[in-house]
Write a protein that binds this ligand. Structure first.
Ligand code: MTE
Ligand code: MO
Length: 372
């Protein structure tokens, strides 16, 4: 069993698959803290978790042709300026179960918990690449990441991002070795992972072994044959993965975490809580909440850290306390977020349904009943 050596996990996690391990925190825990505690941070693994020795760990950094290559130990990595930022990581499959309810898709049944937030610290990729001593200016190039060891079938997880993002110091791409002040937990990439603020989780390669500047995107399955969006009309017989760009920045997202969908609550007043986030460093400027299925709206209060313009890497938590009209037996609670490009969430899932069940970003709708 290649999974026999996987770490022990927190019992509160809702497990979507045991081998490989995929799990999310329950909604009420997810937004209890602005920073998600490491043990309940969602976990998305495609393969077994390697057990890497920090003393012999080496990161290979390969510059463009003619460039200098680096072989870095953990101590070498610690010599670069330590950069710490709060970043929300979201899987492209977050909320996929809502897409499935509309029409079947292929993928893990994530609820709204395939998203979490941490303080990440490490070396900036920009600083490390600069040490290869090169004029990294090509606009068409990509930075490819590969995990250190491969599973028994010889598959190694890999992904890439455009070089322009890697070389933009404002983009703050990290080779992270700390998560919330601790060494990375094994499930989250010990000893080193990539953190690409504002970009889909799939590019944040864990157990990082190799970084290289290449003329093409990563040839990894997960870059080229997965994590892409398609028209609702495309099915598995007609899909052409080469025709769509790989997902990088994610669209605006929000979800309700309290009350839970289908929950029965006390009448009188209702407290609605949730999260909101947008990709590409776009800030959340507003969250609207409806208690009547989208007919009328109220503006929620935003909690959590203030966001920086164009560098809003982390989510906002939000809440709304509202009286409930007397005589109401149930509420259809809906939330939707607006980002600073005034992007909004689609009303329904039908127009964004896709065969892989990625990018579920329609406005969230939940039913709540009142105690008699
Ligand atoms: N890196 C490796 N080496 N192997 C993986 O399976 N999964 C990716 C990414 N990096 C993955 C990986 C995906 S799809 C996501 S959403 C994030 O890691 C999840 O990171 P987390 O498990 O720390 O939440
Ligand atoms: Mo993911």
């Amino acid at each position: 069993d290649p999974y026999a050596d996987d770490p022990i996990r927190h019992p509160a996690l809702k497990v979507n698959s045991q081998r490989p391990f995929n799990a999310e925190p329950p909604p009420e825990l997810l937004t209890e803290n602005y920073i998600t505690p490491n043990p309940i941070f969602f976990t998305r693994n495609h393969l077994p978790v390697p057990n890497l020795d920090p003393d012999t760990y080496r990161l290979h950094v390969v510059g463009p042709p003619g460039g200098q290559s680096l072989c870095l130990s953990l101590d070498d990595l610690y010599q670069f300026p330590k950069h710490e930022i709060t970043v929300t990581l979201q899987c492209a499959g977050n909320r996929r179960s809502e897409m499935t309810r509309f029409k079947e898709v292929r993928g893990l049944e994530w609820s709204a918990g395939a998203i979490s937030t941490a303080r990440w610290a490490g070396a900036r990729l920009f600083d490390v690449l600069a040490q290869t001593g090169h004029q990294l200016s090509a606009t068409e190039a990509h930075v490819c990441f590969e995990r250190l060891d491969s599973d028994p079938t010889g598959t190694a997880y890999g992904a890439s991002i455009p070089l322009a993002r890697a070389m933009d110091p404002e983009a703050e791409v990290l080779l992270a070795y700390e998560m919330n002040g601790q060494p990375l937990p094994r499930d989250h990439g010990f000893p080193v992972r990539v953190v690409v603020p504002g970009v889909v989780g799939a590019r944040h390669v864990k157990w990082l072994g190799r970084v290289s500047v290449e003329p093409e995107e990563s040839y990894s399955h997960w870059q080229r044959r997965d994590y892409k969006g398609f028209s609702p009309s495309v099915d598995w017989d007609t899909v052409d993965f080469d025709s769509a760009p790989s997902i990088q920045e994610l669209p605006v997202q929000s979800a309700i975490t309290q009350p839970k969908d289908g929950e029965t609550i006390e009448s009188g007043e209702v407290t609605v809580k949730g999260y909101a986030w947008s990709g590409g460093g776009r800030a959340v400027v507003r969250v609207d909440v409806s208690l009547d299925g989208g007919l009328t709206w109220q503006v929620a209060e935003l909690d959590g850290e203030e966001q920086r313009a164009r560098k809003a890497w982390a989510w906002r938590l939000w809440q709304l306390q509202a009286p409930v009209p007397a005589g109401k037996k149930e509420l259809n609670i809906v939330c939707k977020a607006v980002d600073d490009s005034y992007n909004v969430q689609p009303d329904t899932v039908a127009p964004i349904w896709n065969l892989r069940g990625v990018l579920t970003g329609n406005r969230r709708s939940e039913m709540t009943r009142f105690k008699e």
